[in-house]
Design a protein around this ligand. Structure first.
Ligand code: GLU
Ligand code: MG
Length: 486
């Protein structure tokens, strides 16, 4: 266990600190409560029977840390019922792991002491098509006493989803996955690509048609409904998008999609990178978050009196998100390398503005074709990348959106065209560095309250430590250090 530039935390137990869960509403408390143990055991036994017939031998239980890295504990299938009853041990210091595996500390967490229990979500467990014999389940983290761990990112997303439900609202979300695929050489080598076809070119799809078909097959076999798969702009870059679902489900799916792509890549002697930037200066990998807000089966982004048919609730929600984008970057772009991606003219959404189908706006409104708008209208947060912890990203966007909705905010005027060509200073740029985003985060009462102090502080500690780690790195050094970490 190494601790690098960032010091390890104290060895004494960390004081409990204020609880994120103090003062939770009834709906949010119910959303994060662990069901009774007997119920979990009975449920697990039925799941084990089903998985056994699918030839599953082991289950990988994942959580995503505050640096955006998916970490895992695995159990043999025979141990799943025990894991469902008692959880699997996981150290609290994972909350302050950095993407390079060094460990920092924060005021409320750090050091090797203590333990948490990771519980597999049996409702989301699925055999992995590209990893025969394995199943996957996302995990939620609780204390040894069975209380929700206030630093658990997935429980945070559940709380945010419950906060919307308490207002009679639901959300549909989807996270686009972009990746660069390279020949699997030593990680320190410059990437070499298995195709040299042009951007969006059929040439590229043809070169890798078996590989891409197997990605589609595996995703389909895992119950995911793929909308599109296509070559992207940069060398070796592709994108896949899947059907929208509830926010926590969409975050789970983004983890599942990435690890499925990774597994299929490995079978072809390839390596996938979801890092924000794989070549300094090139167009990077986004992790765009699509969201629509619904009340009673009605899409609130359609049929209203606001711009492009927005209802007042959807407009308030989007205005809240737009206003909070600088601090939301702390959750939506975890890696310092994200700021190399988030630059003008890269379709990354580097400007704090919104616009209908505007690919340079951080908030792009999508209405879909005439006739399908009631179902399709949504907004895309374009500035996020796949180094984000997707649970933090969706939860924080919901929190910012609900704040805007509660305050009945209105959107500023729409921006059409390329903000880079506008009169300088007319369209604000989003933060250009982790330090700028962190400064906005430190001013955000909305995010602090929504995350709760333990999670808010842990994220802050990780961002500060990673910001400092690479503060003097050249773009090439930063890209080389982060290319294979996500
Ligand atoms: N790769 C671009 C990004 O970094 C996005 C391209 C697109 O609009 O799909 O976000
Ligand atoms: Mg794309």
């Amino acid at each position: 266990m190494t601790t690098g530039t960032a010091p390890a935390g104290p060895t004494a137990p960390v004081p409990a600190g204020p609880s994120a869960l103090a003062g939770l509403s009834a709906g949010a408390a119910a959303a994060v409560a662990l069901p009774p143990r007997a119920e979990r055991a009975a449920r697990a036994e039925a799941v084990v029977d089903r998985l056994r017939t699918a030839a599953v031998e082991a289950v990988a239980v994942t959580w995503v840390d505050n640096a955006g890295v998916t970490r895992v504990k695995a159990v043999p299938l025979g141990g799943l019922t025990h894991a469902a009853q008692w959880g699997v041990g996981a150290a609290p210091c994972f909350d302050v792991f950095l993407a390079d595996d060094t460990i920092t500390s924060g005021p409320l967490v750090g050091g090797p002491t203590g333990d948490l229990r990771l519980y597999p979500d049996l409702d989301r467990i699925v055999p992995l098509a590209a990893q025969p014999g394995w199943a996957w389940a996302p995990g939620d983290r609780y204390t040894q006493g069975g209380a929700p761990h206030p630093g658990c990112q997935r429980l945070f997303a559940r709380r945010a989803q419950a906060a919307a439900a308490e207002r009679g609202l639901s959300l549909k979300a989807g996270i686009e996955v972009e990746w660069v695929v390279a020949l699997a050489g030593a990680p320190q080598e410059e990437p070499r690509y298995p195709t040299h076809g042009p951007a969006y070119g059929m040439h590229r799809l043809t070169d890798l048609s078996d590989y891409l078909r197997d990605v589609l097959r595996a995703l389909g076999a895992q119950g995911l409904s793929v909308l599109q798969i296509h070559p992207e702009y940069s060398p070796g870059q592709f994108e896949v998008s899947v059907a929208p679902e509830g926010p926590v489900g969409a975050a789970d799916t983004s983890v599942l999609v990435r690890h499925t792509v990774r597994a299929v890549s490995a079978r072809y002697g390839l390596r996938a990178s979801f890092a924000p930037v794989v070549e300094a200066g090139a167009v990077g990998n986004g992790g765009h978050l699509h969201l629509s807000l619904w009340r009673g089966g009605h899409n609130l982004g359609h049929g209203g009196p606001g711009p492009h048919g927005l209802t007042p609730e959807a407009e308030g929600f989007l205005a809240g998100v737009l206003d909070a984008l600088p601090e939301l970057l702390v959750l939506g772009c975890s890696s310092p390398a994200g700021y190399l991606r988030l630059v003008p003219s890269h379709w990354a959404g580097a400007y704090q503005c919104w616009g209908l189908e505007n690919r340079e706006a951080a908030l792009r409104l999508v209405t879909g074709s005439t006739g399908e708008r009631a179902a399709a209208a949504n907004a895309e947060v374009k500035c996020f990348d796949a180094s984000a912890n997707p649970y933090l990203a969706v939860g924080a966007v919901i929190a910012a959106g609900l704040a805007g909705l509660d305050q009945r905010r209105a959107l500023p005027p729409e921006f059409t065209g390329d903000p880079a060509a506008a009169e300088p200073g007319t369209v604000p740029r989003l933060p250009g560095s982790p330090a700028e985003a962190v400064a906005a985060y430190e001013r955000s009462a909305v995010l602090r309250e929504a995350l709760g102090e333990p999670l808010y502080q842990a994220v802050l500690a990780v961002r500060r430590a990673e910001g400092e780690q690479y503060a003097t790195a050249t773009p090439e050094e930063l890209v080389a250090a982060t290319r294979w970490r996500y």
